[in-house]
Design a protein around this ligand. Sequence first.
Ligand code: SAH
Ligand code: SF4
Length: 346
Amino acid sequence: MKTDIKNYSMKSLGLWLESEGIRAYRAIQIFNWIYRKQADDFASMSDLSKELRQVLEAHFFNDRLRLETTAISQDGSVKYLFRLADGHTIESVLMPEKDHSTLCISSQVGCAQGCAFCLTGAGGFVRNLTLGEILSQVRDIQWRMDREAPRLSNIVMMGMGEPLANYAAVVQAIEVLTNARCGLGFSTRKVTLSTVGLAPRILQLGQDVMVNLAVSLNAADDEIRNRLMPINRTYPLDVLMSACRDYALPKRRRITFEYILMEGVNDAVSDALRLVKLLHGIRAKVNLIPYNEHEKSAFRRPSLPAIERFQSVLMDKGMTAIIRNSKGQDIGAACGQLRADRDLAG
Ligand code: SAH
Ligand code: SF4
């Protein structure tokens, strides 16, 4: 049976080629065709010998994801719903800004982490995405994007799923995304991975690849975080913070801590002061995300004065704290609103 060539890393494709008696460096040319030149057919890879093109054709396919629907928000963001070969669906969200665009991609179908506030979590876990499915979201949207749209320069792994729970595929995807020679060529400064806080894998990630790290914190206190995020029972705040302190953070970079503000849950001045203490000594910036309400949850967004009060406590203590309103709320594309339409997926 043929396999998706995009499930191969440069290294594994090189090894496969060698096992067929073909020089490994041909993998560079093949990657170039797939990711830089957006080739669909092996036949079009004109600097490869006819024999090699036939070998590739016999063993691999190079399909695109099936685009089921797109929804365009009033703020300009676009939600793409893709149907995978086995019938499951995933979503990716393109967010155009003034001079560039950011794409939010998924790493799993569903999510096993079960955070109390998140709609993706409410649907449970279905399966990991393959390397090819992760990369295809970027490759296909780049190919489909309006030529007039601001250039795609930023990738955030903040869609459906917990990226560090699909570790091998996600690390390989980051390698292709940031490979300037024959991959998708994104700057390592412009690729961000957001995690629920799998502490041992945060440390491993710092050893394996260059990427911006974002940690979904949402509480500065174990008791509250236990209630919101089950993972906190496995990796409580002291373990998580020590992983963040030990993370191999490149010079002049900071870890982003995401903090969803939920009324009466984690938005008091005392919570802000605890957050300041928790992040003391870490090169950090805080993204404050006013909660996106949805029908499956009783959590509420605080009033604007309460949100601004929380921010000013952090800023008065010298921290960088930015209020980030999620885009695409009107089309269900905002943080925590993504979910698989599981009609056919069962
Ligand atoms: N699993 C990873 C990445 C995907 S979740 C993680 O949790 O970090 C993406 C982000 O959406 C997380 O920061 C999460 O805290 C946030 N989020 C989830 N539900 C939300 C909601 N209803 N409103 C605002 N942000 C939400
Ligand atoms: Fe999963 Fe992230 Fe949602 Fe938690 S917030 S359930 S880790 S997608």
